[in-house]
Design a protein around this ligand. Structure first.
Ligand code: FAD
Length: 460
């Protein structure tokens, strides 16, 4: 054992540290397309105190540290670009407290979406959180770290907007409370009415600290949930349709798909409109409001509702929705990667045309998926391409297509979501210089030795 491995073993126990090639191989990659890079060490801590000791050791020895949830961001954010220690959070999975009346939960930094979902369903059937469509192993802390979006984002914004407090281990090893919990025993606000310091951490990809606890706002879970499918071939009208739908205040979530397969989907845009109710009357009232809001498009023959068969409904209603990844034949070595901007809904036609153009140019399978955020303030347009891992040429074509997506996104006024290291550099280059300087000041002061997830948000 090297000295560092020995020191890490003293902190977490020998079973939870490795510097062996098997683990290094595994932790050198994520399921996406980014180049691999091996860590020197992997640790799986159990407590906040252990994380503090690991960070202090790393700071003393100037070793990079990369916090990791499930590694499902797909854009290389947990690949240790400069080696060092990967801190795998999978043993910190506690659900510490649920305040049912205030609709709040506090979880540990490695608690997964699936764990919280099943805990709430079993113990608090009237509560839910904003579930993303990522695999159930994806963690809550990482999802808010990358400003993810979920099933409630149409109503309440990014999942990170639903954070009600953080506990973070800083690069110095100190534990810092962010939000009402810095003053009060109660975790109900990440900032207001105080200065909101959560912005020093959320969106930074672990480059400013390791989240060890997150408080999350919960929302009413209605007894019934249903979906309507509206189809149109008028991509230019999508923004008007979204405006009308969100005006009703009746909709839980809106996802818009555009993909070439099956054949009947080609050149059409499918809007999956989700809504909920506690009674049949509530559900039917909302359904009517939704139908009425799109009536003028039906009358002008620009779209129509499609019957959702009983066989299709469970697939559309499942959470997380696995059909997002089903189109990549994962069992046969297929993979997919999606990337894309957070962008105004009015840019939907440009995005839809771009994904088609790139799929044709690089001969790739594709699926475009837009999730409406905050009643139409913006959307996440996912440009997803499938590839076969056994076909290096196809993987290369996918990389090229995704690079073109990045260039397109910036030009179209978008902001990268879960940006790759290259996209981060492109964003920093385009950023207002004073904003960039401010980011540099924050990073330099909060992590003077540059040990936290280096290679990410590095301001030159
Ligand atoms: C099929 C599929 C569907 C998806 N659908 C969605 C979706 O609908 N909505 C959505 O938002 N995302 C989606 N995603 C993207 C992604 O899986 C999720 O955002 C997921 O929540 C990421 O969590 P993770 O634990 O895998 O993060 P990771 O990849 O492990 O980490 C992401 C970033 O957070 C940092 N990090 C991790 N843990 C901590 C911590 N405790 N403290 C500080 N930094 C930390 C990491 O260093 C990294 O920079 C999807 C992915 C797939 C594969």
């Amino acid at each position: 054992m090297s000295d560092i491995t020995q020191s890490l073993a003293e902190i977490v126990g020998e079973s939870y540290v490795s510097d062996q090639p098997e683990e290094a191989y595994f932790y050198a990659r994520d399921p996406g397309l980014m180049p691999t890079h091996e860590p020197d060490y992997v640790v799986i801590p159990k407590t906040v105190e252990e994380i503090q000791k690991i960070v202090r050791l790393a700071n003393r020895e100037k070793i990079p540290i990369v916090p990791m949830g499930a590694g499902m961001a797909l854009t290389g954010l947990v690949i240790p670009l400069k080696g060092g220690i990967v801190v795998d959070m999978k043993r910190m999975t506690g659900i510490i407290e649920v305040n049912e009346n205030a609709r709040l939960v506090i979880v540990e930094g490695g608690t997964s979406q699936g764990l919280l979902k099943s805990h709430l369903e079993k113990n608090y059937p009237k509560l839910r959180h904003s579930i993303p469509d990522s695999p159930a192993t994806a963690t809550i802390a990482a999802n808010v770290m990358i400003h993810g979006q979920g099933r409630l984002s149409q109503q309440y914004g990014f999942n990170s907007d639903m954070v009600a407090g953080l506990e973070v281990v800083l690069a110095s090893g100190e534990v810092c409370k962010i939000g009402s919990n810095s003053i009060s025993p109660d975790w109900f606000s990440k900032g207001a009415p105080m200065p909101d310091l959560s912005g020093l951490f959320l969106g930074w990809f672990g480059a400013t600290g390791i989240i060890t606890k997150v408080a999350l706002k919960l929302y009413p879970r209605k007894k019934m949930r249903d979906v309507e499918l509206f189809i149109t071939d008028r991509e230019d009208l999508i923004q008007d349709m979204v405006f009308e739908l969100t005006h009703t205040e009746m909709v839980e979530d809106i996802n818009i798909f555009t993909q070439p397969l099956p054949m009947i989907f080609k050149d059409n845009h499918h809007m999956a409109i989700f809504f909920t109710g506690d009674t049949d009357t509530e559900l039917e009232f909302k359904r009517k409001m939704i139908w009425d809001s799109l009536d003028r498009f039906i009358r002008s023959k620009d779209g129509g509702f499609m019957g959702v068969s009983p066989a299709m409904k469970p697939t559309l209603l499942e959470m997380p929705q696995r059909s997002v990844s089903r189109f990549a034949d994962v069992n046969k070595g297929g993979g997919f990667e999606y990337s894309g901007p957070i962008i105004l809904v009015e840019k939907y036609p440009e995005c839809a045309r771009k994904i088609k153009e790139l799929a044709e140019k690089y001969e790739l399978g594709y699926s475009g998926m837009a999730r409406i955020i905050g009643r139409g303030h913006c959307m996440m347009f996912g440009f997803a391409f499938t590839f076969n891992r056994a076909d290096p040429d196809m993987m290369d074509r996918t990389r090229k297509a995704l690079h073109e997506v990045s260039e397109f996104s910036l030009k179209a006024g978008g902001v990268f979501w879960k940006a790759t290291a290259d996209e981060q550099r492109m964003a920093l280059d385009k950023m207002d210089p004073n904003t960039r300087a401010l980011m540099g000041m924050i990073k330099k002061n909060i992590d003077p030795n540059g040990i936290m997830n280096p290679g990410n948000w590095e301001v030159k």
